[in-house]
Design a protein around this ligand. Structure first.
Ligand SMILES: Cc1ncc(COP(=O)(O)O)c(C=O)c1O
Length: 373
């Protein structure tokens, strides 16, 4: 398999655990195991008594049930538990694509959505969104990318890195296009349920299309990335079984304690979401005021979901130098170069310490701008 280095993850491998303030994370403020266990009276005892043997390959039954409850029209049997969404991306693309196939990927995107698709030997086209068009989805452009051998259409809503959400009529058209052309709609929904206004939530793809696959994770909206737990949900049993066959070559089954903790967390997810949305709603105005004060430098399409946004910076020569200088001074932004968007940075507003991080950014920005020039 030929695959290029994952630029986002390489960047974070270098800076995430040594930089004082993480101001670009896509996951919300996390919690301790004790806090998760406190959500259910017998959870602590159950965790201590958890057998550390292998678990069922498709996932622990109680977790598959808790995941199915996130959706309107799927059963526990439609769920494959994976050891994080990243594994789900790997498995689904390798289940569906190979040389001679064609895939379409909404970009800019979380890099594995593009790189793993390419690693299968398939041809991959980008359905690219542009800041100059307010990141809108151009359906005509999507239709122009279709080929007779197109098999998969990947979309990610709510979207990394812009934090925007497609409107529901556009999503309905995307589903129509996938169905009309026999494509598998691979819908990365890891930021679902963190819409700032719940009314903007899209239906899950697995609910509206029986060939589509929804990708989920406890990492982002629920703030539990350390559990390394995700899922693929589809009513297409042949595809589910093919994914399970490949999973025998990656992880076989997921971590037993993580499955237990994830099931508890999902059964009480409104507690997690309320706290996380509270942090997002408190932080977002602070970030907006910061951008207003620096309106000559920052402009953005206002995010409406998730804990991330993707402002554009004016007057910066080298975005990597700017971000590296800021990281060395204690504030971690993610340079847009890792998304092939060199005029942007990704910011995250899901962490409790954002006010302190912004104060430091305010102090360090002028010197970093000068250096990047
Ligand atoms: C769009 C998207 N999909 C998938 C993932 C992977 O999430 P996980 O932590 O569950 O592997 C990420 C993580 O940043 C993401 O942004």
């Amino acid at each position: 398999m030929q695959i290029s280095p994952f630029r986002i993850e390489r960047y974070y491998a270098q800076w995430e655990f040594t930089t004082r303030y993480m101001l670009s994370s896509s996951d919300c403020e996390s919690r301790t195991i004790a806090e998760v266990l406190a959500l259910e009276p017998d959870a602590h005892t159950r965790l201590l008594e958890q057998w550390c043997g292998y678990t069922e390959s498709l996932g622990a039954p109680e977790l598959r049930r808790a995941i199915a409850d996130l959706y309107a029209g799927v059963e526990a049997d439609d769920v494959v538990v994976v050891s994080c969404a990243e594994e789900g991306i790997f498995l689904l693309y390798h289940a569906l694509l190979g040389p001679g196939d064609h895939a379409i990927v909404e970009t800019p995107c979380y890099e594995s959505a593009l790189a793993v698709a390419r690693s299968t030997g398939a041809e991959v086209s980008e359905w690219r969104r542009e800041y100059a068009s307010d990141w809108t989805h151009d359906l005509t452009a999507l239709e122009r990318l279709l080929r007779p051998h197109t098999r998969v259409l990947y979309v990610n809503q709510p979207h990394n890195p812009t934090g925007t959400v497609m409107d529901s009529s556009t999503f309905a058209r995307v589903v129509d296009i996938a169905q009309a052309h026999g494509l598998v709609l691979f819908s990365d929904e890891v930021y679902r349920e963190l819409e700032h206004e719940p009314g903007t939530r899209l239906p899950a793809a697995c609910d509206v299309d029986d060939r589509a696959v929804s990708l989920g994770s406890v990492s982002k909206s629920y703030g539990l990335p350390g559990l390394r737990l995700g899922w693929l949900t589809t009513r297409n049993r042949a595809m589910r079984d093919r994914v399970a066959e490949l999973k025998d070559y990656t992880t076989i089954c997921s971590s037993a304690p993580s499955e237990l903790l994830a099931a508890v967390a999902l059964r009480h997810r409104e507690v997690l979401l309320d706290r996380n949305l509270g942090i997002v709603r408190r932080n977002l105005p602070l970030l907006e005021h910061f951008f207003d004060r620096h309106a000559d430098t920052f402009s953005w399409v206002h995010p409406s979901a998730s804990a991330i946004g993707f402002p554009r910076l004016s007057g910066v020569g080298d975005i990597d130098r700017l971000c590296e200088r800021l990281a060395a001074r204690g504030v971690l932004l993610l340079p847009g170069s890792v998304y092939d968007e060199r005029a942007h940075v990704r910011v995250g507003y899901g962490r409790a310490n954002l006010p302190e991080a912004l104060e430091l950014l305010e102090r360090e920005l002028p010197a970093a701008m000068a250096i990047s020039g």
